[in-house]
Structures are given as structure tokens and as C-alpha cells.
Design a protein around this ligand. Sequence first.
Ligand SMILES: Nc1ncnc2c1ncn2[C@@H]1O[C@H](COP(=O)(O)OP(=O)(O)OP(=O)(O)O)[C@@H](O)[C@H]1O
Ligand SMILES: [Mg+2]
Length: 233
Amino acid sequence: MLEVNNINVFYGKFQALQGVSLTVKKKENVALIGPNGAGKTTTLKTVSGLLKPISGSITFNNTRIDKFPPHQIAKLGIGLVPEGRQLFEKLTVYENLLMGAYLKSGSEIRDTLEFIFQLFPILKERRNQLAGTLSGGEQQMLAIARALMLKPSLLMIDEMSLGLMPKLVSQLFKIVERIRDEGVSILIVEQHVESALKMSDRGYLMEQGRIVLEGTGDEMLKSEYIRKVYLGI
Ligand SMILES: Nc1ncnc2c1ncn2[C@@H]1O[C@H](COP(=O)(O)OP(=O)(O)OP(=O)(O)O)[C@@H](O)[C@H]1O
Ligand SMILES: [Mg+2]
């Protein structure tokens, strides 16, 4: 479905991604893990079209997308839940969701809203509340819900659980699994290495702009390097 092939991405003279390749297959749940500054957000931004690789290619359902603008990539079915949520704080929950649906028609929006409110009943309850006054967990739910408004077939989530308490994190992981069960592929960037790998079909470890390890979720969890450096066991 998604094929990132040997991309190199720069910020000015600084090379943030060095020959990065990764794939996400249909209905797969893939985790991208790695330390701060490794290039995880850069990878998601490049797939979304917010950054352009100077070489390499990205294809989605066999269409080359690496020169497409972000809105066109979104329209093809790639959704991004950005790091830091980036909600419209002065708009209500409902208005934030409508902003996420900018490419869709009225009837499609109604159907999608129904699905989203089923997934996140709390958002239905609070649909007229300003997004900036939601709790951290509710804001993260809204950020995911907003990305779902475009009915993506691939959902990329950047640092979903940052700053949230463990109970909420496991609740969000369960919701991500439900989204995957609806047939949406997932590419998730996570600090919670163990939880992310447990729920993933495959994982990639990125360090200093390169993929240094890849395998099934189980293989990654058993890797001595990951256990020592990332799990502390
Ligand atoms: N706009 C920018 N201008 C210059 N350098 C940048 C910019 N954004 C990121 N970088 C650099 O690129 C590298 C990769 O950053 P990136 O945000 O992709 O890392 P990350 O893996 O998402 O880290 P974190 O886990 O802290 O979110 C870092 O060295 C960072 O300082
Ligand atoms: Mg990041």
C-alpha cells in the first residue's frame, strides 16, 4: 500500500533522513520507534507531502506521491495525526471535526461523524465545547477523530500517548486497534515502545535518520538491542 523507497530529506544543509525505506501493507499496523531527533516526525511529514525528499520515491497504491501537495495526498487516503495535536483551540469539537472533513460532501460527513461518535462517545457529549478546554486525553481523541473525517485508508499517528496517563494510553491503543479492524492501515510513531510493538504487525527502529532494525512486532520485542536500549531489560 505505502512504499517509501530510499528517501533522503534535508532541512537546509542538515540531512534528517538518510536512505529511509519502509512499507505498510493493507490492514497492517506498523510501529516506527526511535529516540528523540531520530527522524520519525520527519518521515511522517514527508509521506504527508509537507516535506519533499531530494531523492528516493514514495508510492501509495502504486501512485507516485512524493511530488504531490499535502491536500492531494490527503485526498488519496493518507491521514496524519500530527505531533502536538495541533487542534483549533478556539473552535468547538464539532467545528474541528468539520475542518477535518474539508474535502467531503454533506452525506459522507454525517456517516463519518456517526462512526466517530461511536468510537469516541465523549466527543459527542462535548461537541459544543471549545477544543482548547478539553483534557489532554480528549484532545488526543479529537486529533485522531479529525484525521478520520477524511476516511483515510492509511492513518499515521505521531506520538499519540505523549504526556498521557497509562490508563488513557491503553484506552487509546484499544481504539487504534478498532480503527485497524475497520480496515484502516496504521503507521504509528510511539515512545511507548513495548505497547506499540505488542499491538503492531511489524516495526522499524530509526536512529539518526536511518532505519537500523526492522522485523515483526514479536521479533523486535525479542531483539537484544531493543530490550537493552529501549526497554531497559
Ligand atoms: N524544521 C526543522 N529545521 C531544522 N531541523 C529540523 C527541523 N525539524 C526537525 N529538525 C531536525 O531533524 C532531526 C529529526 O527530527 P524529527 O522531528 O523528525 O525527530 P523525531 O524522531 O520525531 O524526534 P522526537 O521523538 O523528539 O519527536 C532532528 O535532529 C531535528 O533537530
Ligand atoms: Mg517527533
